[in-house]
Design a binder for this molecule. Structure first.
Ligand code: NAD
Ligand code: ZN
Length: 364
């Protein structure tokens, strides 16, 4: 087992990573509890595979629990889902000192984290991520949210978990397409500030996606360490440090919006194409070598991820796409900070480029 820490003073918390950790999760949860009781929240896909295993491990440590199984899918991260979950928690007699377990992907983690930030003005929660995306990204850092009709993740809070337990073996049941989408976020850490890790991805990404467990563990540990470092340096994204995690995301959000946030294009798939566009836009403006942009495109294409507007299934014009970017919640003072790059592993935040320039580039 590997152990990392997110250093946030009195709110610091450990991240445990190891194949088979679900089977001993009770041992890691028990020391946190004031009373031997917890509540598990999950979705029905994950419940089918892992709920019993987690329950048995808790039982082995004398911890009693109740469980709440939600519908899988993004639509669960809604006002309605939040109302049902918070009312269930209250009905279960949740106390402020309790720790609720979020067992699932980013949808469950974001919803449970938000519910736990407001129920009884806040209780604790534990992230047990079961998708690659959640294991390398959403389970760490304390961003929680639901979606509303006006947009994704617009209502939420910063609420850090008390513990993150990552069992990479859970990825064995994850559909290949979801695995690929999570892998895009792994590649992102290389592109942000770690050219050696991008080279590692070029050499090992295909094996990881084919099920190589050593490659999977290494990618998760490396990614989570990067995320933990970034979050510790800039928890609430008030400097330009945490914003770098949005590399590929402004372009990506435009693609997601254009495809209606649907199964046509998963978030990670949009990010893959978005990262290529960010590199190509940087190259078009003479700040990034064209060869680096091509390397990024070639790697993502080689693992069957979208790497262009066409391969993302989008044929809208640049103006329509840039209009979506103008609604990004990161817009400040009417300007959208873009994450651009001077080359692989050399990303930075800039407000030097207007959306008209982006629109013209996308039409080019
Ligand atoms: N809080 C953050 O910092 C942050 C960062 C990135 C993304 N997110 C959010 O994360 C969400 C996406 O998360 P996601 O990609 O994990 O999607 P998800 O939670 O919808 O999971 C994807 C699918 O995989 C299934 N699944 C999960 N684990 C499985 C397993 N081990 N085996 C089989 N099936 C499994 C789920 O039931 C679901 O159908 C979005 O709502 C996004 O906004 C949050
Ligand atoms: Zn993302």
């Amino acid at each position: 087992m590997e152990k990392l820490t997110v250093e946030l003073g009195s709110r610091s918390y450990p991240i445990l990573i190891g194949d088979g950790l679900l089977e001993e999760i009770g041992r890691h949860v028990a020391p946190l509890l004031k009373r031997p009781r917890t509540m598990i929240v999950t979705d029905s896909h994950v419940a089918d595979h892992y709920l019993r295993r987690v329950g048995t491990a808790l039982g082995n440590e004398g911890i009693s629990f109740s469980s709440f199984v939600l519908e899988p899918g993004e639509s669960t991260k809604s006002w309605a889902g939040l109302a049902r979950l918070t009312e269930w928690l209250i009905g279960e007699g949740v106390e402020r000192s309790d720790h609720v377990i979020a067992l699932g992907g980013g949808v469950i983690g974001d919803l449970v984290g938000f519910a736990c930030s407001i129920v009884k003005r806040g209780c604790h929660f534990i992230q047990v991520p079961t998708t690659l995306l959640a294991q390398v990204d959403s389970s760490v850092g304390g961003k929680t949210a639901i979606n509303v009709p006006a947009g994704k993740n617009l209502i939420g809070a910063f609420h850090q978990p008390a513990l993150v337990v990552i069992d990479p073996a859970t990825l064995e049941t994850l559909p290949r397409r979801e695995l690929g989408a999570g892998y895009a976020e792994v590649v992102k850490y290389g592109l942000i500030d770690d050219a050696d890790f991008f080279a590692w991805c070029e050499a090992n990404g295909a094996a990881l996606l084919a099920g190589d467990s050593a490659a999977r563990r290494k990618a998760i540990a490396h990614s989570v360490a990067a995320k933990a470092r970034i979050v510790a340096a800039d928890e609430r994204e008030t400097q330009d440090i945490r914003a770098l995690l949005n590399l590929g995301h402004s372009f990506g959000h435009a693609l997601e919006a254009e495809t209606g946030y649907s199964d046509r294009l998963l978030h990670g798939e949009a990010v893959a194409a978005g990262m290529v566009l960010a590199h190509r836009f940087s190259a078009a403006n003479g700040i990034c070598p064209a060869g680096d942009a091509e390397r990024v495109r070639a790697h993502l294409a080689s693992v069957d991820l979208p790497h262009s507007l066409a391969s993302a299934g989008v044929n809208s014009d640049g103006k329509a796409l840039a209009a979506h970017m103008a609604h990004d919640k990161k817009v400040r003072g009417g300007k959208l900070p873009l994450i651009l790059t001077r080359g692989i592993g050399q990303s930075f935040v800039t407000e030097d480029y207007g959306l008209d320039a982006v629109a013209a580039f996308l039409d080019g």
